[in-house]
Ligand binder design. Structure first.
Ligand code: PLP
Length: 467
């Protein structure tokens, strides 16, 4: 493909290879092969120019919560585009969709007297929030209270601060990240990080002790906040032990360190409650939203913040005479209109209840694999589930060529018209289908998955990756 001239590249796949510098892929391979072109969707299915129909059990990037053909957010976006295509919400102007959405969200979040700030992507919301915490602490006379705690393996986004908060080593390597002042702690993933013979209670004790000791070593007056995904997505769908967050929260509060929930995957029903924080018993001082916020129909993201933060920002603005922060497309009226409609649909159709009804069905399909000699753990909540492979169920030893077998499962699934996500941490595959998925579609997914799984394990055995 790379020696083709631009003139002879005609199909979208060929032009993809020639003209795009894509993301999350091997660039040389992509320049040779191009990519499959997705043209349209139909509930939980996507269609490609090659005539393939795939059930996307990963919702794009954990995002398309209403699937790919829900008219509501699309019509709301089109109506807003026709009515008034663009305005910002800075200087002394605002617009109706952003005010309506801010009010609706402020009344939904489990933060009293919250105020809402808007951005465009999840990464940007997390990045902005770091700036806000720094600005707030400066206004409070604590300019050195800047460090951010987060979890190893967590994912908070691709911008410089969001990627620094993230704990996935391969996303730092080569990019000169993380920045100093971003500290990664052991995540509440007992399967991966509990010591041999360690009980869950002892594991949580150890993690709490790690946090406390780290705060003491760094100095609480140097740490602004800890940011967490209530259920870590990219880290392998890590559902924390029940008392982990209440205990972590108590330690943070004692040291005057804020708790931030990155709800970019877990917000708006994914975990079977409206917010992941409610599922795990976390009471955050701020929450960030994107992805399912607008069902991914139009990019829009948000930060909901408690008075300590928004009052701190106001103090800073008074101190400096101006809140010198903003972004042209933040809170775009078309994104706000799509998000507002999405939230209406989620509430009117009781989609959170639907997630709770579908969750045990998806769980039972995965739990058929629980006793497979290569399956270490099946875990999840709501409509986010993972299956982790191991070479040895008692020692939880990873497979040889870690990641290759999970990747092959994803490849075999793709061949059979199913998209699942193989994750960067170990041989783990994740299911996070659109929240609208029904029982028949779950059956369809697993007919494809069962065949793909067996084929991939055969492939791995032939290569000696599994015994
Ligand atoms: C938990 C979490 N936070 C933040 C982000 C970044 O969001 P975006 O890709 O919209 O920048 C992601 C993206 O996958 C995510 O999963």
């Amino acid at each position: 493909m790379s020696d083709r001239s631009a003139a002879s590249a005609t199909t979208a796949r060929e032009r993809d290879a020639l003209f795009l510098l894509p993301h999350y892929t091997n660039l040389s391979k992509r320049a040779r092969t191009g990519a499959e072109i997705v043209t349209h969707g139909d509930r939980v299915y996507i269609h490609t120019t090659e005539g393939r129909k795939l059930l996307d059990a990963s919702s794009g990037m954990w995002a398309a919560s209403l699937g790919f053909s829900e008219p509501g957010p699309a019509e709301a976006a089109i109506a807003q585009l026709r009515k008034f295509p663009y305005y910002h919400y800075g200087l002394d102007k605002s617009h109706e969709p952003i005010v309506d959405l801010a009010e609706r969200l402020a009344k939904m979040v489990p933060i009293a007297n919250a105020k809402i700030h808007f951005a465009t992507t999840g990464s940007e919301a997390n990045d902005f929030l770091v700036k806000f915490l720094w600005y707030m602490n400066d206004a409070h006379g604590l300019p050195g209270k800047t460090k951010i705690l987060s979890h190893r393996d967590a994912w908070h986004g691709s911008t410089i601060a969001a990627c620094s908060m993230s704990g996935i080593a391969r996303c730092h390597t080569g990019f000169n990240l993380p920045l100093p002042g971003f500290i990664h702690l052991t995540p509440p993933n007992a399967y991966r990080y509990a010591l041999e013979g360690e009980s869950i209670d002892a594991f949580v004790d150890r993690l709490c002790d790690e946090l406390e000791q780290r705060i003491l070593a760094e100095g609480a007056d140097t740490i602004a906040a800890m940011i967490v995904e209530p259920v870590n997505g990219a880290a392998g769908v890590v559902v924390p032990p029940q008392d982990y967050y209440p205990r972590i929260q108590a330690i943070l509060a004692r040291h005057n360190i804020l708790a931030i929930a990155d709800e970019i995957i877990t917000g708006f029903g994914r975990t079977g409650q409206m917010f992941g924080s409610q599922t795990v018993g976390l009471r955050p001082d701020a929450m960030t939203f994107a992805k399912g916020f607008s069902a991914a129909y139009v990019p829009v993201s948000a930060i909901a913040m408690a008075p300590i933060i928004h009052e701190g920002l106001t103090q800073g603005s008074d101190k400096h005479g101006f809140f010198a922060h903003g972004s042209t497309f933040a809170g775009h009226p078309v994104g706000c209109a799509a998000a507002l409609k999405t939230l209406e649909i989620i509430e009117e159709r009781d989609l959170v209840g639907h997630v709770r009804r579908m969750s045990p069905i998806l769980q039972s399909k995965l739990e058929r694999y629980k006793d497979h000699p290569l399956v270490g753990q099946v875990r999840g909540v709501g409509l986010m589930w993972a299956l982790e492979l191991t070479a040895n169920r008692s020692t939880r030893q990873p497979l040889k060529q870690t990641g290759a077998t999970a990747n092959q499962i994803a490849v075999e699934c793709e061949k059979r018209g199913l998209i699942i996500r193989n994750l960067a941490t170990g041989d783990t595959i994740a299911f996070a289908p659109p929240l609208i998925i029904n029982e028949q579609e779950i059956d369809d997914a697993f007919e494809r998955f069962d065949e793909a799984f067996n084929e991939a394990i055969k492939w791995a055995k032939e290569r000696g990756f599994v015994g």
